[in-house]
Design a protein around this ligand. Structure first.
Ligand SMILES: Nc1nc2c(ncn2[C@@H]2O[C@H](COP(=O)(O)OP(=O)(O)OP(=O)(O)O)[C@@H](O)[C@H]2O)c(=O)[nH]1
Ligand SMILES: [Mg+2]
Length: 312
């Protein structure tokens, strides 16, 4: 069993060394542990320090975003022969000595993906906006998927090789919620274990403003959900429009059957017809989106088989 610990890093020279040093040298059930740092165009000594600590370093020639770097890390780790991948942050907020409890459910065959939940563990400090933003985003992911997830934004997680091969990231900003939605769609087994979270030394690289983060992450969640469950959304939206159309149309029709005239109800008649036609169209769009989704699933299967062949 080979474990590869991936660490996306952007200008983290102060902490990257400490993070690498903290990764356990031995973990029960694991024969080999390697560390991969994905330096996302840092302009400090992140790469140099990571190399001096014995990690493998791959570097983006310019800053391409966390999700892009995470996805690159997963691909590279698979190529390195990983059976399990643990992703962690380079800012020393997670405690790497907890990696064994993160990989345990995968080793025991109880999970494909394990999320380190900070809300179930100990949080030394999380700024007010981040705390409630994380809670709100987790609530959204919980509501959409029905999965009991307490921390959808955690950067400390473990993936089985199979899960890593199945996940395709499209956002370049944040991968955290997208991976969960994707795992849910693919019926991978997701588990949470409690992890501790330290105070951040230095400024956040990812979240300059909680509102900007919420907007970008929110769009990613909605886009991902729509691409996986298009029919749910479009059928619901279309049904609401059709029902509203019937409600307005009822007055018009009952007046028409009683008097033989539409009379004062012409605006209602127009509104009812528009709602009805639009509602049906939205439903039809749902079915078309569903067909496109099927096509995507087929592509994903081909991609999965290609990866399997490449890695075997
Ligand atoms: N590759 C890459 N990594 C990034 C980028 N921005 C942040 N990171 C890394 O992603 C991890 C998480 O980023 P943070 O800035 O700590 O974001 P956060 O943990 O969500 O927020 P804080 O609670 O403020 O720390 C760290 O390891 C960063 O170095 C980026 O643009 N590219
Ligand atoms: Mg952080």
């Amino acid at each position: 069993m080979k474990l590869v610990v991936t660490i996306p890093a952007y200008n983290e020279e102060k902490t990257i060394g400490k993070v690498i040093d903290e990764v356990p040298k031995k973990i029960p059930g694991i024969d080999k542990i390697e560390i991969l740092v994905i330096d996302d165009g840092s302009n400090d000594s992140t790469s140099k320090i990571a190399k001096s600590k014995g990690a493998k370093v791959i570097r983006n020639p310019k800053n391409k975003g966390l999700a892009f770097s995470f996805a690159r890390g997963i691909e590279e780790a698979l190529d390195m022969g990983a059976d399990i991948i643990v992703n962690t942050d380079a800012d020393f907020q997670y405690n790497q000595t907890q990696i064994p409890s993160l990989v345990k459910p995968i080793l025991e065959g109880d999970a494909d993906i394990v999320l380190g939940s900070r809300f179930k563990g100990r949080i030394e400090e999380m700024p007010f906006g981040n705390y409630w933003g994380n809670k709100a985003m987790s609530f959204l992911v919980r509501t959409l998927t029905g999965l009991p997830i307490s921390d959808a934004q955690t950067g400390f997680r473990a993936f089985s090789k199979n899960a890593a091969m199945k996940i395709n990231i499209f956002s370049d900003y944040t991968y955290t919620q997208e991976t969960i939605l994707e795992a849910w769609e693919k019926k991978l087994a997701i588990k949470e274990v409690p992890v501790d979270f330290r105070k951040r030394e230095g400024k956040s690289r990812l979240i300059s403003n909680v509102f900007v983060y919420a907007r970008r992450a929110g769009f990613t969640v909605i886009e991902t959900y729509l691409s996986y469950k298009p029919l749910n959304f479009f059928l619901a939206a279309g049904t609401i429009m059709v029902i509203a159309g019937f409600m307005f149309g009822y007055r018009v029709l009952s007046h028409f059957f009683a008097t033989g005239e539409v009379g004062p109800y012409i605006p209602s008649a127009i509104l009812a017809s528009m709602l009805f036609i639009l509602g049906v169209q939205v439903m039809v769009i749902g079915f078309i989106a569903k067909l496109i989704q099927r096509n995507r699933l087929m592509h994903e299967r081909v991609l999965y088989e290609t990866k399997k062949a490449r890695l075997s």
